[in-house]
Design a protein around this ligand. Structure first.
Ligand SMILES: [Zn+2]
Length: 308
């Protein structure tokens, strides 16, 4: 009996130790998973809710996601203006997990979604009301600003070190290495994008302004007036007229959007088409996604905006 108790005790200790050794970290979207994966390299792989080609803009929580959230010890998300579908589930989690809204990290640069002109939210009769709503809404694509990425990485490191002090040294070493890589990427993108500064283009949804502001680029409007809704027939007709009237060099589609539809939009204008994937929906998850995502944006912008 005593031996059996001893064996059970050892078994419980082993299970407990294995459990405690792996901090369960959940991220909302692939760009955050990538930054967290770099900081956690050599410790554990953070989970991500929105996998594959799905977008945070049209997502609803699945039962399996709720399960992942319930088991999490740390949850990283942008905040309620971006992953709208997470706001209620996270507030009902109680105090089990540390929930970290990265948009609220100290020093984070936050820009409001663009309104007016070709950015207008005018997809319905209630245009001015929709515009004023959008004006008060933050743009959540914060990972497209290189300075914000360093803040996100530092914030993740602080939170992970507090939740898992045994691996603090590792997290800090990974952060130092990551900061060097982020600086090198920033310098590289500055050189890559210098030739296409100020060349006017249209994006599919208002996603890239952090990137534009960082590298002197000039998007003039979006095909979709609201990032969280697909463009209606009226909006598409309006933007087609705008494209025909003005001298945009490129109209960029999102990867999920039908290329045929974008070709219809540029019909009768001198604009070309390209694809931008600001959310990494076509990229494999992991530490390299962030670098592939930023380089992919730069390469696709240069390819389309460079006049042959
Ligand atoms: Zn987006």
């Amino acid at each position: 009996m005593k031996a059996l108790f001893g064996a059970l005790f050892v078994a419980v200790m082993v299970v407990g130790a294995a459990d405690a050794a792996t901090l369960r970290v959940v991220t909302s979207v692939k760009p955050l998973q990538s930054l967290a994966a770099s900081i956690m390299e050599g410790v554990a792989v953070p989970d991500v809710l929105i996998k594959g080609g799905a977008s945070a803009h049209a997502y609803s929580l699945r039962p399996s996601d709720a399960e992942i959230l319930n088991r999490a010890e740390v949850i990283f998300w942008i905040g309620p203006s971006f992953e709208i579908f997470l706001e209620r589930p996270l507030s009902s989690l109680g105090s089990k997990a540390r929930v970290v809204a990265l948009a609220e990290a100290p020093g984070m640069k936050i820009m409001p979604l663009r309104t007016g002109g070709l950015w207008s939210r005018g997809d319905d009769h209630n245009e001015s009301h929709a515009d004023s709503l959008a004006a008060s809404r933050a743009d959540g694509h914060i990972w497209l600003d290189p300075a914000n990425d360093k803040i996100i990485a530092a914030q993740m490191t602080a939170v992970l070190s507090a939740a898992d002090s045994a691996n603090t040294t590792r997290y800090r070493q990974n952060l130092a290495a990551m900061n060097l890589r982020l600086d090198a990427l920033d310098q590289e993108l500055r050189r890559t994008l210098a030739p296409v500064k100020e060349k006017p283009f249209i994006v599919f949804h208002d996603a890239t302004q952090y990137f534009e502001a960082s590298y002197g680029l000039r998007a003039m409007g979006a095909v979709a007036a609201d990032p969280d809704r697909p463009p209606g027939a009226r909006r598409l007709a309006q933007i087609k007229d705008d494209i025909a009237d003005k001298n945009f060099i490129c109209v960029f589609a999102d990867p999920q959007f039908e290329p045929k539809l974008v070709r219809t939009l540029i019909d009768g204008s001198a604009a070309r088409t390209g694809i931008l994937d600001p959310e990494g929906s076509t990229l494999a998850s992991g530490p390299e996604l962030h670098f592939n995502l930023m380089r992919g944006l730069a390469d696709n912008l240069v390819r389309c905006l460079t006049t042959p």
